[in-house]
Design a protein around this ligand. Structure first.
Ligand code: HEM
Ligand code: HEM
Length: 428
């Protein structure tokens, strides 16, 4: 009997129960009243031949058996779920066959998973911080001090949240550039690139909005500088007011940054992330152009469970690094923000905005800031559309021009970031 299969061995998939397809194994014959059904199944199914001639009788509908599993044994957990969610069986079967190619560059496939890992850490620690954090001008810094000094392990939570934010963004940059240089964005993975790019923007938004929350001096003035930027663009003054909740950074800004940080951004990230990860599952992992033809693929790992287990090792290493950094290199607490005091020396944003920050500093001539914003926006749009512009890669042909473009973008980011680092480390 199909439903009554012998007990499957632990770890192996239990034999698939037959879904209640119409007309499947079980004859539809005795259509017993469905439990809970309002009316008993119309009339007992009369044999078709017995219909009096001339009177049209609808043929009986062949409904699925409401419980095709009544005789099955329910002792295997996986089997129990499979009975209830059998419509998902084709998807599970599909995922079981997913494979990840092994080659010299396989190492770079771990960074997307690491970004995901640090994001999960952010959600967990963020929710715990929320139990004590108070997002008001008067209480924010005090609650932040309370978390750091009084709450049991509060200091560790805050340090983990702050370090994991940095590690997450670092992983995303590595993930983005590695997928760029492997040309993983090429057909049919364009939307993986586009959704990934949106995720990077949202994650930068997380960093920007979170930075103000401790309400210390550095965060306050950095947010003032950061929210000032759009002002030079047409309609920018309006955007600045929206961001700040008024003409200046103040309590309203804190409320806005807080709500963006803990409500809007998490919701948006979850949506886009769901799309990104679904695409990862549907389209699978790409291999660099020409690798297969040149015999450079050394084999394949099953995604479930082999690659996932390897991902897990990466997460353990990431976690160890995170705890080490959080304990050994605590982020400073600073002093409470005072909007009336003059801006102290050395105000700068988080490191992941340094390249743009430097560009704005370099373009300090008449109209320069607007030009910098325009250049950056055009650069961002081209970067977003790369999968659609790089036709060569989509035809599985090498596209060295795009590799050079990627190297230039990376060099620009690294050099400008280093310039800010060098300049500001001298101020200390
Ligand atoms: C649902 C997810 C999240 C929640 C509920 C949350 C919540 C919070 C709260 C309550 C604070 C203020 C406490 C404090 O400053 O120590 C905070 C700070 C912060 N958050 Fe989040 N957060 C989340 C996700 C993220 C993500 C994904 C990132 C970055 C990519 C991030 C980056 C930051 C940063 C940089 C700070 C300031 C850290 C500091 O200097 O103390 N957060 N977050
Ligand atoms: C929260 C942010 C992100 C998460 C959690 C994430 C997660 C992942 C994961 C788990 C994979 C599969 C394994 C791998 O190749 O690493 C993947 C693949 C991919 N991601 Fe992301 N990603 C994020 C952001 C990005 C960004 C910023 C980009 C680029 C702009 C991007 C582009 C891609 C592409 C093109 C692939 C396909 C890789 C291939 O098939 O070789 N992702 N992502």
């Amino acid at each position: 009997m199909a439903e009554n299969t012998p007990k499957p061995a632990a770890g192996t998939a239990p034999a698939k129960p037959k879904p209640a397809a119409p007309g499947a194994a079980k004859p539809a014959a005795p259509k017993a009243a469905r439990p809970g059904a309002a009316k008993p199944a119309a009339k007992p199914a009369a044999p078709r031949a017995a219909a009096p001639s001339g009177v049209y009788k609808k043929p009986p509908v062949d409904r699925p058996d409401p419980n095709p599993f009544k005789d099955s044994k329910r002792d295997a957990v996986a089997g129990w779920f499979q009975e209830r969610f059998y419509v998902l069986n084709p998807i599970i079967d599909y995922l079981k066959h997913k494979e990840v190619p092994k080659h010299a560059l396989s190492f770079w496939y771990y960074f997307g998973g690491l970004g995901l890992f640090f994001f999960v850490i952010q959600i967990l620690t963020g929710l715990l911080l929320l139990q004590y954090y108070k997002p008001t001008e008067t209480d924010a810094f005090a609650s932040f001090l309370f978390i750091q000094g009084e709450v049991p392990f509060g200091w560790l939570l805050r340090q983990i949240h702050a370090w994991s934010a940095n590690l997450m963004i670092m992983m995303l940059f590595i993930h983005m550039f590695s997928t760029f240089f492997m040309k993983s964005y090429r057909k049919p993975r364009e939307l993986m690139w586009v959704s990934g790019f949106v995720l990077l923007l949202l994650s930068l938004g997380f960093g920007f909005t979170g930075y103000l929350l401790p309400w210390n001096e550095l965060a306050f003035f950095a947010t003032q500088v950061g929210t000032e930027v759009p002002k030079v663009a047409p309609g920018g003054a309006f955007l600045v007011e929206i961001l700040r909740g008024g003409p200046e950074v103040g309590g309203e800004t804190l409320t806005r940054m807080f709500s963006l940080h803990v409500v809007l951004l998490p919701g948006l990230v979850m949506l886009v992330l769901a799309a990104h990860l679904t695409l990862v599952q549907i389209l699978g992992t790409s291999a660099p152009i020409g690798y297969k033809e040149a015999g450079l693929i050394k084999g394949y790992d099953k995604f479930f469970p082999t690659f996932l287990a390897k991902d897990g090792i990466g997460w353990l290493i990431g976690f160890a690094l995170l705890i080490y950094l959080a304990v050994m290199f605590p982020w400073e607490i600073g002093v409470k923000a005072n909007p009336l005091s003059p801006a102290p020396l050395g105000i700068k944003p988080e490191w992941y905005f340094w390249a743009q920050f430097q560009l704005l500093k370099d373009f300090k001539f008449e109209g320069g800031e607007l030009l910098a914003i325009i250049l950056f926006t055009i650069g961002g749009v081209v970067w977003l559309l790369v999968p659609f512009i790089d036709r060569q890669a989509s035809e599985e042909k090498k596209s060295p021009i795009f590799t050079i473009f990627g190297i230039l973008v990376l060099a620009f980011l690294l050099i400008n970031t280093y310039r800010v680092y060098a300049e500001y480390s001298m101020l200390k």
